[in-house]
Design a protein around this ligand. Structure first.
Ligand SMILES: *[C@@H]1O[C@H](CO)[C@@H](O)[C@H](O)[C@H]1NC(C)=O
Ligand SMILES: *[C@@H]1O[C@H](CO)[C@@H](O)[C@H](O)[C@H]1NC(C)=O
Length: 469
């Protein structure tokens, strides 16, 4: 073990020498975005290069193909849910923010009916469990939580459909929930930016990431004043946190980075009355990730993206036994295609399983059970709150992808930290234990696809920036 650690450090040192040596185009744009994004990642035993090779050549092409199938392209979502925290300034005026829901007739019958069947089954199952689960969870409320937190907790427990959930899922039966074709409404640059967009991330980081108000976040565009030593204070604080809270922050930061990569990679480059041209905008990318322009924040953001990737990768590996069951179908009603898609999905998950340096989720929420459970509950509470904040995003396109990606990450966390067994479930029929709805499955794999795309896009930006000296 010590030898391994030593080798790890040596590898980092080597990479730093190779990648960041001042003789080596120290000031080139590519170098300034990527030289610190290499080698081993903090809090895990994996390195950036292994992830790049695995994702870009193996996973990415297959996953993209899968996500184009009918099962995965239609996501049912309620974009009209009111924001629970403040009055939202609508950005309907921005054309590229619009989301066009599907007409019911466009949705394959199998999806409409199986979605219904699935949730009916799930509801029945929840009805049986909900009372004792509720009692258990309420019993777990710790006296040290504030009154508001306890109240929020009670509210969630009341309409909670499973003790496992990290997200507040949309009610699929609400008349406002509609199917959206994700391929026709891609995540890309919308023009939604400035104070309203900052506000969302600001509230997430300031009020939902365990951060005390007195610690200032570096480069916060909404902060009134910025001192010189704030960066250090912030990172000293972060390093002092327990590994779980630090992981929480890094997941959020990774998600933020991923979304910004998509917006830079599908930027509106040109618009005439005839057509819109979307493509890579390298200077937008640099603005967010260049080490000099971001005072070192860019590299941290990108490393957090890799951390997020590892979390989703591990969840995908862990959910394999659930998907492998004979009774699990990607049901759209087209039998031949459904079988083909399940085969492709299993192939992807086998690849994922063979990845050599998986994140070890047992390193989180370990130790004393009572403390670990309390921490997990806090973690869950914060994450759920973030999923509700997504209803406050003013631009519908961003709201759609924000909701999908938080639900996807929430599902990954549910898979990783569920106390219900995922292995050895019955081959067919209801499992009465670990359960995923179609909405969760669609969100999880699409969210994973987004992160996988981000990692792939980093390669594109690296090449683009190499050509701009
Ligand atoms: C790229 O983004 C920058 C902002 O970072 C913007 O000023 C510039 O006009 C964009 N380039 C194109 C071709 O749209
Ligand atoms: C939920 O988010 C709101 C808005 O940021 C915040 O005021 C509240 O404290 C958060 N609650 C929890 C439990 O995180």
């Amino acid at each position: 073990m010590r030898l391994l650690l030593f080798l790890g450090c040596a590898a980092v040192a080597l990479c730093i020498v190779r990648g960041c040596s001042p003789r080596n185009f120290a000031d080139s744009p590519s170098h300034r975005c990527f030289c610190q994004v290499t080698g081993y990642l903090d809090d895990c035993t994996c390195d950036v290069e292994t992830i790049d090779a695995f994702n870009n050549f193996k996973l990415f092409p297959k996953l993209q193909k899968l996500l184009e199938s009918d099962y995965f392209r239609y996501y049912k979502v309620n974009l009209k849910k009111p924001c629970p925290f403040w009055d939202v300034v609508s950005h309907c005026g921005i054309k590229d923010c619009a989301v066009k829901p599907c007409h019911t007739s466009e949705i394959p019958d199998g999806i409409k009916s199986s979605g219904f069947k699935y949730s009916e089954e799930a509801n029945r199952h929840v009805g049986e469990l909900v009372d004792c689960e509720k009692a258990e969870r309420l019993g777990a409320v710790d006296e040290s939580l504030s009154v508001e937190t306890q109240q929020a907790f009670l509210q969630w427990a009341n309409h909670d459909d499973s003790g496992d959930n990290f997200c507040e899922a949309d009610d699929e039966h609400s008349p406002d929930a509609e199917y959206v074709d994700l391929l026709l409404n891609p995540e890309r640059y919308t023009g939604y930016k400035g104070p309203d967009a900052w506000k969302i991330w600001n509230i997430i980081y300031e009020e939902n990431c365990f951060k005390p108000q007195t610690i200032k976040r570096p480069l916060n565009p909404l902060a009134s004043s910025r001192g010189d030593n704030e960066d250090n204070t912030f990172y000293n604080w972060l390093e002092g946190l327990c590994v779980e809270k630090r992981a929480f922050y890094r997941l959020i930061s990774g998600l933020h980075a991923s979304i910004n990569i998509h917006l830079s990679a599908r930027y509106l480059l040109q618009e005439t009355w005839l057509e819109q041209i979307w493509g890579h905008n390298a200077s937008e990318f640099q603005k967010r990730f260049d080490t000099v322009l971001t005072k070192g924040e860019g590299a941290r953001r990108l490393r957090n993206l890799y951390f997020l990737y590892l979390i989703e990768l591990r969840a995908a590996s862990k959910v394999l036994p659930f998907i492998e069951r004979l009774g699990f179908q990607l049901f759209t009603g087209d039998k031949a295609r459904d079988t083909e898609n399940k085969k492709l999905l299993l192939e992807i998950l086998q690849d994922v399983k063979s990845f050599p340096l998986h994140f070890d989720e047992n390193s989180l929420f370990a130790g004393n059970k009572k403390d670990a459970d309390k921490l997990k509950e806090e973690f869950r509470l914060h994450f759920r709150n973030i999923s509700r904040i997504m209803d406050c995003v003013g631009c519908f396109k961003c709201r759609l992808w924000g909701k999908l990606q938080t639900q996807g990450l929430g599902t990954a966390l549910k898979i990783l930290f569920s106390e219900k067994q995922i292995e050895n479930l019955p081959e067919r029929g209801p499992t009465y234990g670990f359960q995923l709805t179609r909405q969760e499955i669609v969100a999880f794999f699409n969210a994973f696809g987004r992160i996988s795309t981000s990692i792939k896009e980093l390669e594109n930006f690296r090449n683009l920036l190499l050509n701009t000296q």
